[in-house]
Design a protein around this ligand. Structure first.
Ligand code: F6R
Length: 241
């Protein structure tokens, strides 16, 4: 893994935004895998800022987000779909027809997960996957467990993960759904290139174990050690020893 350290989340995000825009300029039909959460907020702000100056055209870019809460869809403001509209898609001009998203309100969640895998395959696979990491080492909503799912699936969220998402729900953890739909480990590992971002002291132990520890289902991000093209971008607080 290629580890890159930055003084703070803003510097990291500015650098990653520049890299992403350059990748889109080189390959206008780039297929992006995208995270939500706290960590990518300054990245999406940097992309909103830099896109007009760089003149980057997002109209042919395709996107697939990692996950969505079960029970929430595009019209729910707490959904990850609504978060992405607010933070990125509308401002940079992603074509709505090119947005891939799991529908948390799908009547048949298993069929919805299958549809998502097929949609990713039909787009030619994910070129660049941007990831965050949970303090417990989860990626997407692949939580530590004795076994992990390869494919997109319905996942039960751990209490700490629900607490970390409470801000989206007015700080009320009881309103955070208990389940989500999430890309699986193989879905993530099939991306051609992966960039994981981690900021803040709360992520330092997970980042350290991801890089140095054994590959274990109890720390799902450790499976990234098996991927040939992973860059880990950290601020000083999240920096491994
Ligand atoms: C969100 C996702 C999660 C987050 C992780 C870190 O789409 O896939 O794995 O990346 O929970 O969240 P933050 O950035 O809020 O600390």
């Amino acid at each position: 893994m290629n580890i890159q350290r930055f003084t703070d989340g803003r510097a990291l995000s500015q650098d990653l935004a520049r890299r992403m825009l350059a990748a889109i300029d080189r390959q206008p039909g780039l297929v992006l895998g995208l995270p939500t959460g706290r960590t990518p907020l300054p990245l999406y702000a940097a992309l909103r800022e830099q896109t007009p100056a760089a003149g980057t055209d997002w109209s042919a870019v395709r996107t697939f987000n990692l996950d969505e809460f079960v029970g929430l869809g595009a019209s729910d403001r707490e959904s990850y779909r609504a978060y992405m509209e607010r933070e990125l898609f509308a401002a940079v001009g992603v074509n709505p027809a090119h947005v891939g998203f799991l529908d948390g309100r799908a009547a048949d969640p298993d069929a919805e997960c299958g549809r998502y895998e097929e949609a990713i395959a039909a787009a030619g696979g994910i070129d660049l996957m941007i990831l965050g990491i949970g303090a417990n080492g989860h990626i997407g909503f692949n939580e530590p467990a004795t076994g992990l799912h390869a494919r997109t699936h319905r996942a039960r969220l751990q209490p700490g993960t629900r607490a970390a998402n409470a801000a989206l729900f007015g700080g009320d953890i009881s309103r955070v759904p208990e389940e989500a739909l999430s890309m699986g480990m193989a879905t993530i590992l099939r991306a051609r290139s992966v960039i994981l971002m981690a900021t803040g002291a709360g992520k330092a132990a997970a980042v350290d174990a991801m890089i140095r520890g054994p590959i274990t289902t109890m720390l799902p991000a450790s499976f990234l050690q098996l991927h040939p093209d992973v860059t880990v971008m950290v601020d000083l607080a999240a920096s491994p020893r």
